[in-house]
Design a protein around this ligand. Sequence first.
Ligand code: ADP
Ligand code: ZN
Ligand code: MG
Length: 476
Amino acid sequence: MKKYEAIIGLEVHAQMLTDTKIFCGCSTKFGSEPNTQTCPVCTGMPGVLPVLNRKALEFAIRTGLAMNCKIAPYSRFARKNYFYPDLPKGYQISQYELPICEHGYIEIVVDGEKKRIGITRIHMEEDAGKNIHEGDHSLVDLNRTGVPLMEIVSEPDIRSPKEAVEYMKKLRTILRYIGVCDGNMEQGSLRCDANVSVRPVGQEEFGTKVEVKNINSFKFVERALDYEIKRQIKVLEEGGTLVQETRLWDSGAGVTLSMRTKEEAHDYRYFPEPDLVPVTVDEKWTEDIRATLPELPDAKRERFISEYGLPEYDADLLTSERALADWYEEAVKSGGQPKAVSNWMMGELMRLLNEANASIEDCPVKPAQLAGMLKLIDKGTISGKIAKTVFEEMYKTGKDAETIVNEKGLVQITDENAILKTVDEVLASNPKEVERYKNGEEKLIGFFVGQVMKLTKGKANPKAVNELLRKRLKEQ
Ligand code: ADP
Ligand code: ZN
Ligand code: MG
C-alpha cells in the first residue's frame, strides 16, 4: 500500500496560430532574423496603443468551447508588472481576474478508465521576447514579444505523472484538431509548468505545493514529476517540512532545483490595462464559432469503434491526429477493409513515415492506393508477404500497387504445376532432410516451405506450397 498520494495541476502555455501578434500587425513567423518582426507597439515605445487581434480572441473562444468551458460575455486585460530584459514595456498584458474562459474539462483515459480533468480557466496574454546569452554578453530578440498565448490552467485533479502526460497529450491533440496551436513542444509553442504536492493517503487537505518550471517535452513532464514527488515524500519521511517554492527542472541532471521561495515571490502589482477596452463577446458570435468546430478527438474515437468495429487501441492511435484519421477514413471509403487498413497504417505506413521523419500530410502513398493494394491481396494476386515489398515501392515511387506488381512481375504463383516444379527441385536437392522428415521430424516442413519461397522469390502462394509439399513427401 502506498502511503502518499500526489496532487498535480498543470499550467500550459499554448502559442496561437495567428498570422500576426496579439496587439499589433507584426508577423508571428518562427525562425526569422532577430528583431525583424517588431514595431513601436511590441517594442513598447512611449505613446503607442495596443489593439486586440480579433483572431486571437476567436481562437481563445474556440479553445474554450472545445474544452467545455463557459465563455465570459465580459472579460478584461490587466498589466502584470515585472522587470526583465525581454519585456520591453516593464509589464506583460495578460488576463487576470476576468479571463475569457472558465469552468471546463477534458477527458483522459488512464489504464482503460476514463477520467475528467477540470479546466479552471483559459486566458489570453502576450509572450515575452528571448534573451540570448553569448560569452560575456547577452542579446535580446523581440520577434516573439507580443505573440499571442493562451494559458490553460487545470484543476488539481491529476494524481500521477502518467495522468499528467495523458492530460498534456489530450490537450495537444485538441489544440491541433481545432487549428489554434501547432503543439510543437521543441519550438516552444506548447510549454508546461507543473504544480505538485503530496499528502498522506486518506488526508483531505492538500499538501504544500511546488511549481516546477521549464518542462518542454512529454518525457520531461513524467520525469520531472516523478523526481519531484519522490523528493517531497523523502522530505516528509525524514520529518522535514516542505516550503512553497518555484523549482526549475534541470533535464541534463534529471533533478529539480530551487529557484525562489514564496517569500521571494514577485508581487506583480496587477491592475486593469487602461489602454484596452474590456472584451465583450455576444452569444451569437460564440455560437457561430461553435458551429465551425470539427468533430473532436473523443467523439471521433467513439465513432471509429462503433462504425468500423476497431479495437480501442487502433481507434486511439488513428484519431490522435486529425490528418491521420482523415487519411484512414478515405482509405476505407475507397474500399479498404477497416481493420486491414488500420493494420497497414499502424504497421508499415507508420514505420516508413517514422524512418523518413515525415508526417501523414507528406505521405507519398494516397489512401486510395493502399485500398487498391489491399484488393490485390484479397484477390490473391499478391501474398501478404510480397505486399510489404510492394508497399515499400509504392512509398518510394508513389506508383499504384498494380503498376508495381506488373512492372516487377510480382504476381503470386498459384499455378499448381509451376509450384510443383519448384517443390520437386527442393526435395531432390535436399535428400537428407527428406529422409529425416520421413523418420518423423515433421517440423522440417517449415524448412522446405522456406526453400520453395526462396526460389520463387516469395511469389508462390504459401498455402498451395504447403499442401503440395505434404502431398509429394507422402508419395516419396
Ligand atoms: P497560485 O495562486 O500559486 O497561482 P493557483 O491556486 O492559482 O495557485 O493554482 C495554480 C495551479 O496549481 C493550478 O493548476 C492548480 O490546479 C494547481 N494547484 C493548486 N493547489 C495545488 C496543490 N496543493 N497541489 C498541486 N497543485 C495545486
Ligand atoms: Zn509589433
Ligand atoms: Mg493562480
